[in-house]
Design a protein around this ligand. Structure first.
Ligand SMILES: *[C@@H]1O[C@H](CO)[C@@H](O)[C@H](O)[C@H]1NC(C)=O
Ligand SMILES: *[C@@H]1O[C@H](CO)[C@@H](O)[C@H](O)[C@H]1NC(C)=O
Ligand SMILES: *[C@@H]1O[C@H](CO)[C@@H](O)[C@H](O)[C@H]1NC(C)=O
Ligand SMILES: *[C@@H]1O[C@H](CO)[C@@H](O)[C@H](O)[C@H]1NC(C)=O
Length: 405
């Protein structure tokens, strides 16, 4: 009986909250959003991977359509000196994000948004907030195992599992974070996603302001199964915000950055390919900058207007992964699909972890960091702390498998 009920809920859940429910009103709203986000391109090109990119006047980009950005003047570069910790190693290559040919001067590359993209994004669960205490972990886990279909599928977070290291020492306000994570060509099912990312976050949780950046394999969102860079933000507890550039918000300044570029994975046991991520608040303008690669390229920023709880630094920085389970209760692999065993060429890692302190200095994570592993039967996390050329590092991930139901 329970099983039948569950199936019914899941069935209706899907039709109520996901792709099935596109009413005429919705359809009109989506059309309107696509229209609002489409600006006349100065130039258009199709990448080798088949993505259509429009070069749009930097001062007319779709993000400026956000009602809170009516009088926003685009900040063309950070006021701080851009630098990042760590060195080059021949066995670990930071992936580059350049378009083969940049957009003309004064324009920025914006991946073209279609109605299909918006429908897919709507059906994709969001990146869960990072836990800052045992209680949050409990709430998070509880929220995501409320397996009476409707809730789970209508819940913005879906059946997401969290594996991360969080620095939530609230005595230390943080103005940014740094980390490099290895990329793998993870295989996931259509209903799952596998994410590897950082968090910048401040409470209260029901109005959480949050920025996440990393790479993921997410067929729901992208319509393909290749690792791609992503961002997700919300200013107000999932009531606003979105993935990537699928809603007004993130301001692009780099004419050569390919926002959601497909990435090539690392070789298990061999050379590693890394995504180097720096998120840093500009203390003069209070905007949060995104810098990718090594040396870091200034991609753009989240304007302060959108992040009410991130006006002056953040409470939590975190590094790790998120897994979305399918309705069959199967969790996808995270990273290479292996639990951390101490060898950086085996499980995926985050290394050279830093937070940015009140003086704008790169500092190691604080002493009382917290580890969260939602499904320790199928995932693991190992905190190696500081180890020579790896810097402060963690191994994380695992094979996935049956995780509930
Ligand atoms: C579709 O979803 C909206 C909320 O987005 C809801 O108000 C409406 O009742 C749903 N329509 C149907 C036919 O289920
Ligand atoms: C690291 O190596 C890449 C290419 O291998 C190069 O483009 C970059 O300038 C190097 N960075 C530094 C800081 O030496
Ligand atoms: C990554 O895996 C997918 C299947 O999941 C495959 O189609 C693709 O060729 C792989 N890419 C690389 C670069 O190995
Ligand atoms: C920041 O700099 C001031 C002045 O040099 C120093 O007193 C303080 O301890 C520093 N704070 C941190 C967190 O390093």
């Amino acid at each position: 009986m329970m099983k039948v009920l569950l199936l019914l809920f899941v069935f209706f859940g899907v039709s109520l909250c996901e792709v099935g429910n596109i009413s005429e009103d919705d359809d009109a709203a989506l059309e309107k959003q696509v229209k609002m986000m489409s600006k006349p391109p100065v130039k258009t090109f199709v990448t080798a991977e088949g993505d259509t990119i429009d070069c749009i006047d930097i001062d007319k980009q779709p993000s400026l359509e956000h009602p809170l950005l009516k009088n926003h003047k685009v900040q063309k570069e950070p006021t701080f000196h851009v630098t990042s910790p760590g060195r080059n190693f021949s066995r670990m290559k930071a992936v580059q994000f350049r378009l083969r040919e940049p957009c003309p001067v004064g324009t920025v590359p914006i991946p073209r948004v279609t109605k299909k993209d918006l429908i897919r994004a709507r059906a994709t669960p969001k990146i869960p907030f990072s836990a800052s205490s045992r209680l949050d972990t409990f709430q998070h886990t509880n929220m995501n195992t409320r397996w009476l279909g409707l809730w789970t599928i209508c819940d913005p977070l879906g059946a997401t599992m969290l594996i991360n290291l969080g620095d939530s020492n609230t005595d230390d306000i943080k103005y940014g974070l740094y980390g490099r994570t290895s990329i793998y060509n993870v295989t996931v099912a259509q209903e799952q996603f596998s994410s590897h990312n950082v968090w910048i976050q401040s409470e209260p949780l029901d109005h959480v302001s949050m920025i996440t950046v990393g790479w993921m394999v997410n067929p729901k969102l992208y319509g393909d199964s290749v690792p791609r860079m992503f961002t997700f933000w919300t200013g107000d507890g999932y009531r606003d915000g979105c993935y990537n550039l699928l809603c007004p918000g993130f301001v692009v300044v780099d004419g050569g950055a390919f926002f959601n570029k497909p990435l090539v994975g690392s070789t298990y046991g061999g050379d590693q390919r890394e995504l180097a991520i720096l998120v840093q608040q500009d203390r003069t303008t209070r905007n949060w900058w995104l810098l990718i690669g090594f040396p870091p390229a200034t991609v753009g920023y989240w304007p302060k207007e959108l992040l009410p709880n991130l006006q002056d630094g953040c409470q939590i920085t975190a590094w790790g992964g998120v897994a979305l389970a399918g309705s069959d209760g199967i969790c996808p692999p995270i990273g290479s699909g292996q639990k951390p065993d101490g060898d950086y060429r085996h499980a995926t890692y985050f290394r050279i972890l830093h937070r940015i302190d009140v003086n704008g200095t790169f500092a190691l994570p604080s002493r009382n960091v917290m580890e969260t592993v939602d499904q320790s039967n199928v995932y693991g996390l190992k905190n190696h702390r500081y180890e020579g050329s790896m810097g402060y590092w963690i191994g994380y991930g695992g094979p996935g498998g049956k995780c509930f139901g």
